[in-house]
Design a protein around this ligand. Structure first.
Ligand SMILES: Nc1nc2c(ncn2[C@@H]2O[C@H](COP(=O)(O)OP(=O)(O)OP(=O)(O)O)[C@@H](O)[C@H]2O)c(=O)[nH]1
Length: 406
């Protein structure tokens, strides 16, 4: 029982550990998968930012190319790509605002917006000078290199932003790879722990069922057996007798019901103590069990009283032989360390179907016969006689060996 409790405790602890690890790995999996999703989103945003920067740079370059073409040729056809590039630059700025978020994004946006205004107004100014005052006055502004320096500043700003974004992307890819590895490991661990948790749960339930089954078996054994000798008790004896009667009836066989009471047992208790009495009862039980056939029932019904059931018998002589056999159990001293202790037995016998057809009737008949055996001088056996039930005496049939208790 102690071992069972220990095992149950160990299994419970195992379950707690496994479940804790299980939930930890599940949380790590969820965390890692969320990180993977986040870094994937960040990577997509990064691509959008790089694309916005490239498009912006391209729009400025195209606007400048259109401006140069118009200034040099005076051909208004060059203004077409110029206007298209200006409108693209403005549109890219709107996009820039969406993808460059946070305080850093806002300050980059403000810097570039200022540069854009300066550059676009320089372009517009030169174009209007060329249209109204001719090439020379427009070239005066161009040669001042103001537009060039704006363009250089824009390029520098865009290159810086692009470099930063690329570095961020490298970091994101590394982080994403690590998160994927964490996710895969924790999912594997999660599945393993799930299997372990199920296994320990099944073991625990099986163990619990087994323990209950063992307990039920033990209780059922205790309810039907005598604790001291482990022999069947009166209930089980009656059950076996009830079970045997229909067989005996069908196959026309006899049953022998033996009521055995030890002679002089009280004296053993009184002289040598209760423990010696217990030992004697156990040894007497062992000997009677050995003397009986495998199929016979030897039961202790309390104190120094026993019942034996012999089945499948053809004639009364067979029953008598069994009674002699039982008496012989008491010939040798029962306690090895107390050779002087001698007890005998008085046996009352009832025969089915002669002395009764029901268990209670047969046991009562054997009990009365046992008293007759006692009255006849003890340490012998007596068959029940029909008239005994009405108060008549039984016939003492055998064993005139003398016993101290007789
Ligand atoms: N050691 C021991 N003694 C028991 C147990 N159960 C009952 N007894 C005792 O067994 C004795 C039985 O009493 P009796 O049958 O009158 O004793 P006896 O000396 O055999 O008497 P007769 O049958 O007339 O020979 C009593 O003293 C009970 O206290 C038990 O489990 N162990």
């Amino acid at each position: 029982m102690m071992g069972n409790e220990k095992l149950e405790k160990q299994l419970l602890w195992l379950m707690i550990i496994v479940l804790t690890a299980f939930f930890t790995s599940a949380s790590v999996s969820v965390w890692a998968s969320r990180n993977v999703a986040e870094s994937e989103h960040e990577q997509a945003m990064g691509h959008a930012r790089l694309e916005a920067l490239n498009s912006l740079m391209l729009a400025f370059t195209e606007a400048e190319t259109g401006q140069r073409g118009y200034l040099l040729t005076g051909n208004p056809a060059y203004l077409q790509p110029y206007y298209a590039a200006v409108s693209t630059a403005n549109a890219q700025f709107m996009r820039f605002r969406d993808v460059f978020t946070g305080p850093d994004g806002l300050s980059a946006y403000n810097r570039l917006a200022l540069l854009k205004e300066k550059k676009l107004s320089e372009l517009a100014q030169t174009i209007s000078l060329r249209a109204e005052h001719g090439l020379e006055s427009a070239m005066l502004v161009v040669n001042s290199n103001t537009g060039e320096s704006y363009m250089a500043e824009i390029r520098e700003e865009i290159d810086l932003l692009a470099r930063k974004e690329q570095e961020r992307q490298v970091g994101l890819v590394k982080e994403s790879t690590r998160n994927v590895a964490i996710f895969q490991t924790s999912v594997t661990l999660f599945l393993l722990l799930l299997a372990l948790a199920v296994l320990s749960l099944v073991t625990l339930v099986r163990h619990d069922t087994q323990t209950k089954k063992q307990l039920l078996q033990r209780l059922s054994h205790e309810a039907s057996h005598d604790q001291l000798t482990n022999l069947p008790n009166r209930n089980l004896y009656v059950e076996m007798l009830n079970y045997s009667i229909p067989f005996a009836q069908r196959y026309q066989r006899l049953l022998g019901i033996f009521f055995i009471d030890l002679d002089g047992f009280k004296q053993v208790n009184d002289q040598f103590g209760h423990d010696a009495g217990d030992m004697l009862l156990k040894e007497a039980s062992r000997r009677m069990r050995e003397a009986a056939r495998e199929s016979d029932v030897v039961a202790r019904i309390g104190g120094d009283e026993f019942l034996v059931l012999a089945t499948n018998l053809a004639k009364v002589e067979d029953i008598e032989a069994i009674a002699r056999h039982m008496l012989a159990c008491f010939e040798e001293p029962l306690l090895r360390h107390l050779q002087q202790v001698r007890v005998g037995a008085s046996i009352g016998i009832a025969v089915y179907p002669r002395d009764g057809l029901r268990a209670a009737e047969l046991i009562k008949a054997a009990d009365i016969a046992m008293y007759e055996a006692k009255m006849q001088g003890k340490n012998g056996y007596a068959f029940h006689r029909r008239d005994e039930m009405k108060g008549g005496g039984a016939q003492r049939l055998a064993s005139d060996q003398e016993r101290p208790g007789a």
